[in-house]
Ligand binder design. Structure first.
Ligand code: SAM
Length: 316
């Protein structure tokens, strides 16, 4: 693939040991639903039998192009699709797969997206107020920052950014309109919140809130989690790496719900399957990166990994 513009530092995959949990059988079908730069996908395929195939999904075409380079050595074992992980089932169907053996979702934003000023994700680099992972999506951060009512803006900063002083931030943003770029926005937020604690820019939470709203990140996760277990063949595994509590709480709740849901139809008067839950929790508590990984890659510090395995409908 060609046409990749200037991009930032290479993305270092977080908790790459996840592939040890997802060791596929020969002939397996795998999905990396947020392929990014392809680091996890390459490690996964390297650890898999040589006839395993992988569907690589990302809604950022630049990420897909980078993954295309990183995974070129696997040839036609990898199929690329631009789209949202919320549509994983449909994307699998588009290549003739109705169930798969492993799904990996590594949430959030990649280092290339963060470090590429023109994408507008970073308060440390002057760039347009964009923040779209899918550049064809209609909503940009500029629209929220410069056009949304103050109350809506405050909700985004409070709910998605978990910023305790969201109302003050929203008020200052509305007063400063029009705000031209990321650096100007970061200055406005710092003007209200002060310098922040060492190593933590005061605009971190505001930028996180805007990014989540622009990309409807929690909506996509909720749609995916509605019934993602159905994607898996018996014995198939789903692993999700989350980076903040808003995501991880959703993953934890869905996984626990599935592990407490048996194979009987939802309104069946009584259980007839012998109480076989649809999934087994392989990680009752989330796995965290080792201190050594965090020292090497500070971006890993907030990662939490949870994994479930599909239980067959009848005992093997
Ligand atoms: C943390 S990075 C993944 C990095 C990847 N695991 C690697 O090893 O390079 C997250 C990726 O998910 C993508 N992404 C975020 N939300 C998405 C969604 N709803 N659907 C598809 N891709 C999404 C982003 O564009 C980004 O490339």
């Amino acid at each position: 693939m060609t046409g990749i513009g200037p991009v930032g530092a290479a993305h270092v995959p977080v908790m790459c040991g996840v592939v040890e949990w997802l060791r596929p059988r020969p002939g397996a079908c795998l999905v990396d639903a947020t392929v990014g730069a392809g680091g996890h996908a390459a490690a996964w395929l390297d650890a898999a039998p040589s006839d395993v195939r992988l569907l690589a999904i990302d809604h950022d075409p630049t990420a897909l192009a980078l993954a295309g380079r990183a995974l070129a050595r696997f040839g036609d074992r990898v199929v690329f699709r631009q789209g949202s992980f919320a549509d994983t089932a449909a994307l699998c169907n588009s290549i003739g797969w109705d169930a798969v053996d492993g799904v990996l979702v590594d949430l959030g934003v990649s280092s290339m997206q963060l470090d590429t000023a023109e994408r507008g994700f970073s308060f440390q680099r002057r760039g347009p107020l964009d923040m779209r992972m899918d550049p064809s999506a209609p909503l940009t951060a500029a629209t929220i920052v410069n056009e949304w009512p103050e109350a809506e803006l405050a909700r985004v900063v409070r709910e998605y950014g978990e910023e305790p002083r969201a109302r003050a931030v929203a008020r200052a943003i509305v007063r400063a309109r029009p705000i031209a770029d990321t650096a100007a926005l970061a200055d406005v937020v710092a003007g209200v919140l002060g310098r922040g604690r060492p190593g933590h820019h005061p605009a971190t939470r505001t930028f996180q809130g805007l990014r989540i709203a622009v990309n409807d990140e929690l909506g996509a996760l909720d749609r995916f989690l509605a019934d993602a277990w159905r994607l898996l063949r018996p014995g198939g595994r789903l692993a999700i790496i989350a980076y903040h509590s808003l995501e991880d709480r959703r993953v934890k709740t869905a996984f626990r719900w599935w592990a407490a849901t048996c194979h009987c139809p939802p309104l069946a008067p009584q259980c007839t399957c012998g109480w076989r839950p649809v999934v087994r929790l392989l990680t009752p508590r989330p796995l965290r990166p080792e201190a050594e990984e965090i020292a090497r890659n500070p971006r890993a510090r907030s990662a939490r990994l949870r994994i479930v395995e599909r239980v067959p409908e009848t005992p093997p």
